[in-house]
Ligand binder design. Structure first.
Ligand code: ZN
Length: 89
């Protein structure tokens, strides 16, 4: 029970014809071509998504490293208090 018939219905005579048929074999009308750009578009989108993901991951990693470096500086620096710069009485 595997449906491997790649057919579509003719919009004019409603007969099952080959999905890539340009002319209906029943009514002999010209048929609009099947858009086959999905595969290319998807593969291109896939490549774009991978590239974008790589850029985002790289940027996030860079920001994380910078953040941790800054945070390390915060932790090593002594805490500054507003009143610490006042001369002692
Ligand atoms: Zn037809």
């Amino acid at each position: 029970m595997v449906i491997t018939m790649r057919t579509r219905t003719c919009p004019f005579c409603k007969e099952d014809i080959h999905f890539q048929a340009l002319v209906c074999r029943y009514c002999t009308r010209d048929l609009p071509p099947v858009a086959q750009r999905h595969h290319r578009k998807n593969s291109h989108g896939w490549l774009t998504a991978i590239t974008a993901a790589g850029i985002i991951v790289s940027g996030a990693a860079f920001l994380a490293v910078e953040f941790l470096r800054e945070r390390k500086n915060w932790l090593t620096e002594p805490p500054r208090r507003p009143g610490s710069q006042n001369p002692p009485d």
